[in-house]
Ligand binder design. Structure first.
Ligand code: P61
Length: 470
């Protein structure tokens, strides 16, 4: 395999905080990795959101930012890049993905309507529900089985979707949503065959169909690799076909598009675009910037073009695969197959002694931080439980790979830290939640361990050993 198609020109120093400081830091953060200070983190695998490295072309383009309030040149360049790569007619810019989710839900949902989707994403569901919708999972069962090697766990169960729409009546469906490289299942793609079937069904029953295109580039690469008949097509061609099979999409551009901030909704549906433009001025800004600066839109326009470049996409998907393979060799339980942007540890198998009600994935993420300054994210009951509904779903820790940022040496170090925690897994205690925010609780919830937390001393020698001369 070829190394990544870039070399490093600007570096940002990072340092491993001493073990004692890390223990203090996790207590101060209420055992929630979101609440750590970045300076206390060594390798930051919290998220791939806004953490990618900009290219020199993006940085150069930023100099061209037109900061006009209305009619900005930068907006039109952004719109053109989106049309060239994805092909939808209308683009409504927003400050990031959830801004687009808000506009789409407000434009399409009438209270009481349903939004069928493959699993869910936290902010997507939140905005649909705030607009009055009821979220319905129509993913295939394999999506929730971390050990199933199904190549397309992002598929929708088309039979279930049909029954749902027919039983409820099409008037009761706000829109159907399908997420590319389904985050909550482990970054798992859908197949083109499945997407075509969902498109055919939503056309037949006359229901709007929107993608969450946030990680569509990786999805296109998986289609090329795994779906017969696509091996000779380019990622750009497949991406274009994916886009052609939906009425539109929302994007958090902080992932595939390599920008620290930005997002948009795009669509071919005239009425939906008009309604979103009416709303964007209330919540985001004028429709020619929607919460982004002109220079942000320039970086985004260039980033959209880079997101269709196969070697670029292959390099970062390859990093997740590399880390996944290392962890599998070490006997660490992970979600298979390894998905697009991250490796997900299966906390139920990693910490079988911790019942799900004691937040095993939250505890594991805290342990990995204490062991080696590696920051990861809980994706289990804290993120997934809906109100007081019982939750028995996936209990995962996400090791997310920022794009174009870390080297293989960093990933080897991460594997070593996880192995260290695995060796001492029986000592990791469950947690108790002592503060629960009302909305999206995982971001700011606080916890305390039910027993003392282990130290996980790594063979860290702060001072290099002196070798006597001669
Ligand atoms: C992430 F813990 N993702 O993966 P915004 N759709 C999809 C996303 O992955 C996504 C958004 C929409 C984040 C950031 C994040 O519970 C969390 O630009 C498929 O973040 O507004 C974001 O896009 C929303 C982390 C968001 C979370 C919500 O790390």
């Amino acid at each position: 395999m070829l190394p990544p198609p870039y070399k490093i020109k600007v570096v940002e120093p990072i340092a491993l905080a001493p073990a004692q400081r890390r223990r203090r830091a996790i207590i101060e953060a209420g055992f929630n990795t979101f609440l750590l200070h970045a300076d206390d983190v060594f390798v930051d695998l919290l998220t791939d959101s806004g953490t990618g490295a900009l290219s020199q072309e993006q940085r150069a383009a930023m100099e061209l930012g037109d900061e006009s309030y209305a009619g900005s040149r930068s907006f039109f360049r952004l719109e053109q890049a989106m049309r060239d790569v994805y092909g939808w007619r209308h683009l409504v810019p927003t400050h990031q993905g959830r801004g687009a989710e808000h506009l789409l839900s407000r434009a399409l949902v009438r209270p009481g309507q349903l939004v069928p989707s493959n699993l869910y994403f936290t902010t997507s569901r939140e905005h649909a529900e705030l607009a009055g919708a009821v979220w319905v999972d129509v993913s295939i069962p394999e999506a929730s089985d971390p050990e199933s090697r199904h190549p397309f766990k992002g598929n929708i169960d088309v039979g279930k979707l049909r029954r749902l729409i027919v039983d409820a009546g099409r008037e009761q469906i706000a829109f159907v949503r399908q997420e590319a490289c389904l985050n909550m299942a482990g970054g798992q793609p859908f197949s083109l065959e499945n997407l075509r079937a969902v498109r055919a069904l939503t056309r037949e029953l006359d229901v709007p169909f929107f993608l969450d295109g946030t990680r569509a580039s990786e999805n296109a690469l998986f289609v090329k690799e795994r779906e017969p008949g696509n091996e000779h097509r380019t990622v750009a061609e497949i991406l274009r076909e994916i886009a052609s099979l939906a009425d539109g999409a929302v994007f958090s551009s902080k992932k595939d598009h390599f920008v620290p901030i930005g997002g948009f909704a795009a669509t071919d549906l005239e009425g939906v675009a008009r309604r979103m433009r009416e709303l964007v001025v209330v919540y985001e800004g004028f429709p020619h910037y929607g919460g982004m600066a002109g220079h942000d839109m320039e970086a985004l326009a260039q980033g959209i073009r880079e997101a269709a470049d196969e070697e670029t996409v292959r390099a970062y998907v390859g990093q997740a695969r590399y880390l996944g393979a290392r962890l599998e060799e070490l006997g660490i339980p992970i979600v298979v197959p390894v998905g697009a942007h991250a490796v997900f540890l299966d906390a139920k198998r990693f910490l079988p002694q911790v019942p799900q009600a004691q937040f095993p994935a939250q505890a594991l993420a805290a342990a990995i931080y204490v062991a080696g300054g590696v920051r990861t994210m809980e994706r289990g009951i804290v993120s997934g439980q809906h109100g007081t509904d019982p939750y028995h779903g996936l209990e995962l820790v996400r090791l997310t790979i920022p794009r174009r940022v870390y080297t293989r040496e960093h990933l080897d170090y991460v594997a070593e830290v996880v192995e260290r925690v695995h060796a001492q897994r029986e000592d990791v205690p469950g947690l108790e939640m002592i503060y629960e925010p009302k909305e999206l609780r995982f971001f700011q919830a606080r916890f305390e361990p039910l027993q003392p937390f282990p130290a996980f001393e790594l063979s860290e020698s702060p001072e290099p050993e002196l070798v006597p001369a001669g």
